[in-house]
Design a binder for this molecule. Structure first.
Ligand code: TUI
Length: 312
């Protein structure tokens, strides 16, 4: 059994947390991952607080295991969302696209474990000082909004800079990846794209299909430097690149992106929608239950570790 301090910190069986993907990570997916011994996470994205509350209730109807909510700091509902996770006593909150510092006292007082997602050493250090429980170090191999540093150099730099547990994210999909993350000093991995292709994920079948079809060079980073968004190449990403080449303003580009993640995930329009996915999409070959995905990762990691022990 491969256990790490992350398992004790969160009360989970396996050192795997699921990415809190907006629109994709609903209560169904979070419940499946948590029931299977990982940490399932609801992606709040821009959803209104009542919708998020319903997803929390959905998880609790399906499992007693710990789970989390990812709070997206660009959400127009950020204050109300914090109130919801506090009222509901959600066990874990991960945060993205912003600094959760000002909400930390309130979250900690409610007994919530707070795990911000960071893409830089500076923010990791600042948040450690503020008293967060752990960090997700997110490399630019991830799908969606990303930073500018790859996982391989980012994770060990953050591990060296802080004294709290670090979870590696960006490019992780299998047992080899989990062992690599542990070798870098991380206590576990956050996995997003792989879980989109789980049976329980409610994303449109077209979204899953294009991930299964993706090859190694099929993602592209759109967006201005520092505000990159990794997506699968499609009609929308080509239109975006054309507009950038023609000197479109940030406002015009923002308008092009509005509502496009929902269009792909919910409506299944994978040509005109934003198909956010990480570079690991190319390694996702089949749709299967979250429990089987996790079991395979853990079995493979154990095998890789024993093979490596034989090298000594
Ligand atoms: O949040 C993400 N990735 C995401 S969120 C998302 S949701 C969405 N996107 C478009 C339309 C509608 C919904 C898609 N992908 N990753 C976590 C993450 N956060 N990575 C990096 C950061 C980050 C960046 C800057 C955290 C903090 C920060 O600055 C904070 C500060 O104040 O310095």
């Amino acid at each position: 059994m491969l256990k790490t301090p992350l398992c004790d910190l969160l009360g989970i069986d396996y050192p795997i947390i699921q990415g809190g993907m907006a629109w994709v990570a609903t209560g169904e997916l979070a419940a499946a991952v948590s029931a299977a011994g990982g940490l399932g996470i609801i992606g709040a994205g821009n959803a209104p607080p009542d919708v998020v509350r319903k997803e929390i209730h959905k998880v609790r109807e399906k499992t007693d295991k710990p789970f989390g909510v990812n709070v997206y700091y660009m959400s127009p509902y950020i204050e109300e969302l914090i109130d919801v996770v506090v009222e509901e006593r959600v066990p874990v909150v991960t945060t993205g696209a912003g600094n959760p510092g000002k909400h930390l006292p309130k979250l900690k007082e409610a007994g919530i474990k707070v795990i911000p997602v960071v893409a830089s050493v500076a923010l990791a250090k600042r948040l450690e000082k503020m008293g967060v429980d752990a960090l997700v170090a997110e490399g630019m191999e991830c799908g969606g909004h990303i930073g500018q540093i790859s996982t391989l150099p980012l994770v060990p730099q953050i591990v060296d800079a802080v004294d709290i547990p670090v979870i590696a994210a960006g490019g992780f999909v299998d047992g080899r990846g989990l062992v690599a993350a542990l070798a870098l000093g991380a206590v576990g991995v956050q996995i997003g794209t792989r879980f989109i292709c789980s049976t329980e994920c409610t994303a449109h079948p077209n979204y899953k299909k294009v991930i299964l079809k993706a090859g190694d060079r099929d993602t592209v980073v759109t967006g201005a430097r520092g505000h990159g968004v990794r997506v699968l190449k499609n009609k929308l990403s080509r239109q975006y690149e054309k507009m950038v080449a023609e000197g479109a303003s940030l406002e015009e580009l923002e308008r092009l992106g509005t509502g496009k993640l929902r269009l792909a995930v919910v409506d299944g329009d994978v040509d005109n929608g934003s198909v956010m996915a990480g570079q690991s999409a190319a390694m996702v070959k089949e749709i299967k239950p979250a429990a089987e995905i996790i079991k395979q990762i853990m079995d493979d990691a154990t095998m890789v570790l024993s093979r490596m022990a034989n090298l000594i």
